[in-house]
Design a protein around this ligand. Sequence first.
Ligand SMILES: [Zn+2]
Length: 403
Amino acid sequence: MEMNSANVEAVVKQVLESMLEKPIPSAQTANAGSQAIPKTAHVAMLTSLEHYDIKEFPMPEVGDGDILVKVEGCGVCGTDAHEFKRDPFSLIPVVLGHEGTGEIVKMGKNVKVDSAGKALKVGDKVVTCMIFKDDPEITMYDLNKQNVGGADVYGLLPDDDIHLNGWFADYILIREGSTVFNVSDLDLKSRVLIEPCAVLVHAVERAKTTGILRFNSRVVVQGCGPIGLICIAVLRTMGIENIVAVDGEQKRLEFAKRMGAEKSVNFKDFQGIEALAQGVKDAFGGHAADFAFQCTGSPVAHANIYKFIRNGGGLCELGFFINGGDATINPHFDLCSKEITLVGSWVYTLRDYATTFDFLKRAKGIGLPMDELITHEFPLEQINEAHQTNLAMKGLKIAIINK
Ligand SMILES: [Zn+2]
């Protein structure tokens, strides 16, 4: 037998295989990327109200500007819960999941950098933000003016021939014109929390436009679900310490304190709004709040919060991501005579998204228990259970984690 190079390779392979007792993938597979890409992908498709089916589709072609991502995890959002229960966006059948992250397994030849100009390669961990089909030239540097509300987002797209349109899946195809960020320097849980955290980074940016929010401000945060808790964390990372959390559940109020609230007020301990307002004032040592963040979806909570705020103070309302109905306020007492500066906040801009990566690093740096916001993890196959757990309000953030 002549020992040419092919023979040598075969012999070496045989020896190595006998040592390892398992076949070594052929050179062709090994060169295909850091991991072999299967022929099919799986998605959790919401096919009827309160029901997902796991569906299998052929792995799509990756175009010159596309990125194929192996999904690692995705948070379940309040928006997903509404769509699961009532389909308000009329998207069924749809692959949901917009708080996802994963690893690049294949890229088109034109993909070189992310939306912030950072290099991209196979193996990098990424998140997506908005999709600008109409204007793919937009970059994060001129996006302060553009809110996600006017753009498309993976996980809230109508079904199409590719099907891999949401993060409740094992693979997703990020198409040309989408924003994508290299977040390889963040751990998995932090990456799953990016989207909801961006909502609060934006809300605090909106609050800052009033000129009222300062280092030594007294700030009340009403509602201690994930949004209110992250709000407290963002304020704390900015150096605001005088924070009072308001909620009706003691467990959430305890967590609010660990996230950076100095005091907490359980509204169930008070009869009527006058007594509650006095309770909040007492928590600030006898002062009304300089600024308030309203983080519940309750119209009554919106009406009440004005009573916590001092004359000349400010309010950021961010609790109504869906129509929760009308709130009754008294414009004379609540707004005019107190000269309240009111801002509403709606999702985020691309710039806020990038700021959020730094927020998450800072929050960990000062020891805030961000990871503990994710209270439940489910595999993709148990996505129906994950949503039922979310609807039952059993935890804080529910996440689908692919093993
Ligand atoms: Zn969300």
